[in-house]
Design a protein around this ligand. Sequence first.
Ligand code: GH3
Ligand code: MG
Ligand code: MG
Length: 300
Amino acid sequence: MLEATLRKWGYEVIVACDGAEAWEILQRDSAPAIAILDWVMPCLTGPEVCRKVRHQQGQEPYTYLLLLTSKNMKEDLIEGMDSGADDYITKPFDQHELQVRLRAGTRIVKLQQELRRQAAHDPLTGVLSRSKAFEMFDRELQRSLRESLPLSVLLVDLDHFKSVNDTYGHLAGDEVLREAARRLKEAVRSYDILSRYGGEEFLILMPGCDEESARTQAERLRQAMAESPVIITSANGAAHPLTASIGVTISSPLALESPESLVRVADEALYAAKRTGRNRVVFRATDDIAASVLSEPVSA
Ligand code: GH3
Ligand code: MG
Ligand code: MG
């Protein structure tokens, strides 16, 4: 009856026959955002499922839990909410009450999704945030090891960026940063992971990219950045030549490395690119001491 009612209200419904099945479904990647749980169920009770969901480490995204039960004593309500439920309805339930409570639950789920989206993105440039990129970094490294494929790591740093702020002001600097991110976004492949690593630095992960293609891709990015000057609207249309230096490294497809150690090597390569003239790509292998200079500046 509940299933038919929920479908009529436009919800997509997955039915579980007992607590164990509910718990199994709630652990899936595609788990529903809202669960309506009976209190008394075979295998696991409703509050037991609530407790398991809340104790699940790094449980993301949030699951909104609503207990539906014939227990109606105040102590039951406290026990139910204490087990991690977000809300509680007693049976026999009033359809209208369930409908409005589900609407409140949906609002919370949507807010939570919006918070997650905001935390995953850099507000200025719209690319992924550093914390989100590092979360994906771990997963990509494990996947590359499983599939015996390398993962390329690129650190992009805008050249002489401080002079933009100093010459045209901070707002103009922000504008140039946004344009730099836009150019990078356009130049990377759809499955590359582009993030803002820090002030004017971007971290790019390229899954399945070996040394040769990493060099080619990095060179393409360097050219895309330097292609034309940025026209700064907030500085009366001033044309600012934009270039970036790029440090590149690749993970070993045979041993699990840490994101931090790979970024350190990419950073060393980036430092070498800065030292040897900027507007260039330098590759450094994780076990390499000598860096190789790939591209020369477009102009002296
Ligand atoms: P280099 O070629 O050696 O990289 O020189 P640089 O001037 O780019 O390097 P430096 O690290 O000295 O300067 C980075 C500047 O980036 C300093 C800081 O004020 C600016 N910056 C960092 N984040 C932001 C931001 O969000 N907006 C603006 N407008 N500027 C920022
Ligand atoms: Mg920098
Ligand atoms: Mg810089």
